[in-house]
Design a protein around this ligand. Structure first.
Ligand code: HEM
Length: 400
């Protein structure tokens, strides 16, 4: 049997807690061809070039919704959603959520009173983004157990295609079908009673010339619910893990209100929730001296690209000060990381994810007295693409 490739070792659960030395090995060669015919690209410059290359398609397995469409269909849906959601035209929907988000964060931390130990994932990082995305979309929070199960099934089915069991992919397809039915009913309800939420705004817009069909509406509502679920959980959890490993930085988050903005940016570079993006070549594509043939699957190792020493100096050092406040919050071309991807699919939820994580880390830093990790490294979830701890046990003296 052939020795495992570097990419196969990345996928091996034994390396989930620290894949970064393997990413360093990946970057020794710009393009790797895997035994299954797929390709892996791991250097910053090459990944950015490919994210902006129209010969790469996002029409691959999985989710449905505009994340897996190419321009011009993608752009039409994204324009409609952008109009009701956020930058550049209307940044206020997310800004307006700030008091709500702070209330959710405060409520969750109040719940720790009387305890000296929590599992950050189950007790905080998971409920926060779920509650936030439900409020944004106008989805009843009581239905959470149902879409928790759907989201888990979809995420499990999202691994690299050749390494994801058939059964996991079937379960993901079934979960998406059930979500579609759920949203079809919910969308009718929002049509009948129009609220302040994003779904109401989009449903009302479906009557306009540029509006979405019913199938597009249900697929994209399901996409937003799932995309807003798992990724933010991991950013918050990775964030506390990293800050507890760097107590001087946790202290600065506590003392300097603006420092958290740089911290979240650096976390998106240093411990990002999304490690690989999947694309399919529509044509032969030359990159760094290799021709990737049409129809090949390409894994863009974004978490590796963000640690490329040709892009950022001393990349394995956690250093929030490397980020320039003036340049944060624009788009992927300006930032020093690939945490939100880049090009036309640059994360739609970035403003919400940033704000939630900034509030979460600030309040945890301020209110947990003498916090410490009870297990390091923590146990990780199996998924190598959306990577994060399954549990994060934190001890503290009391809640302030
Ligand atoms: C796209 C990361 C939170 C909605 C993306 C992409 C990345 C990403 C890397 C690019 C995917 C690709 O190019 O194939 C993250 C991270 C998050 C986060 C790290 C949290 C820390 C959210 C939230 C929402 C969301 C909260 C929903 C409100 C989306 C959508 C897309 C996307 C809809 C597709 C955009 C498009 O195709 O134009 N995200 N995301 N994300 N994200 Fe996020």
């Amino acid at each position: 049997m052939a020795a495992a490739s570097v990419f196969e070792r990345v996928l091996d659960y034994a390396n989930r807690a620290d894949p970064y030395p393997l990413y360093r090995e990946l970057r020794e060669k710009p393009v790797w061809r895997e035994a299954d015919g797929s390709y892996v690209v791991s250097r910053y410059r090459d990944i950015v070039a490919l994210l902006h290359d129209p010969r790469l398609s996002s029409r691959n397995v999985g989710l449905g919704g505009f994340i897996h469409q190419d321009p011009p269909e993608h752009d039409r849906i994204r324009r409609i959603l952008d109009r009701h959601y956020g930058p550049p035209e209307t940044p206020d929907r997310i800004d307006r959520m700030e008091p709500d988000l702070l209330e959710i964060v405060t409520g969750l931390i109040d719940g720790f009173t009387g305890r000296t130990e929590i599992d950050l994932v189950d007790d905080f990082s998971y409920p926060l983004p779920v509650t936030a995305i439900c409020r944004l979309l106008g989805v009843p929070l009581e239905d959470e157990p149902r879409f928790h199960a759907w989201a888990d099934a979809v995420i499990d089915g999202l691994g690299p295609p050749a390494h994801t069991p058939e059964q996991a992919r079937r379960k993901a397809t079934d979960a998406l079908a059930e979500m579609g039915e759920y949203f079809a009913i919910l969308i009718d309800a929002h049509r009948a009673v129009v609220g302040e939420d994003l779904l109401s705004a989009i449903v009302a817009d479906a009557s306009t010339r540029e509006g979405m069909s019913r199938a597009e509406l249900t697929a994209n509502a399901a996409l937003l619910l799932i995309a807003g679920h798992e990724t933010t959980v991991n950013l918050i959890t990775n964030g506390m893990l990293t800050l507890l490993r760097h107590p001087d930085m946790l202290d600065r988050v506590r003392r300097e209100p603006e420092f958290v903005i740089r911290t979240v940016e650096e976390l998106l570079r240093y411990e990002p929730p999304v490690h690989f993006l999947l694309r399919v070549a529509l044509d032969d594509v030359d990159i760094a001296g290799t021709t990737i043939p049409a129809d090949a699957t390409i894994h863009l190792a974004v978490a590796s690209g963000s640690r490329d020493p040709h892009h950022v100096p001393d990349p394995d050092r956690f250093d929030p000060d490397r980020h320039d406040l003036e340049r944060i919050d624009v788009d992927a071309r300006e930032s020093q990381h690939l945490g939100f991807g880049g090009g036309v699919h640059h994360c739609f939820g970035a403003p919400l994810a940033r704000l939630e994580t900034q509030l979460a880390l600030t309040e945890l830093a301020l209110r947990l007295e003498n916090p410490r990790l009870l297990a390091d490294p923590p146990p990780y979830r199996p998924n190598p693409v959306l990577r994060g701890p399954r549990h994060l046990r934190i001890g503290f003296d009391r809640v302030r």
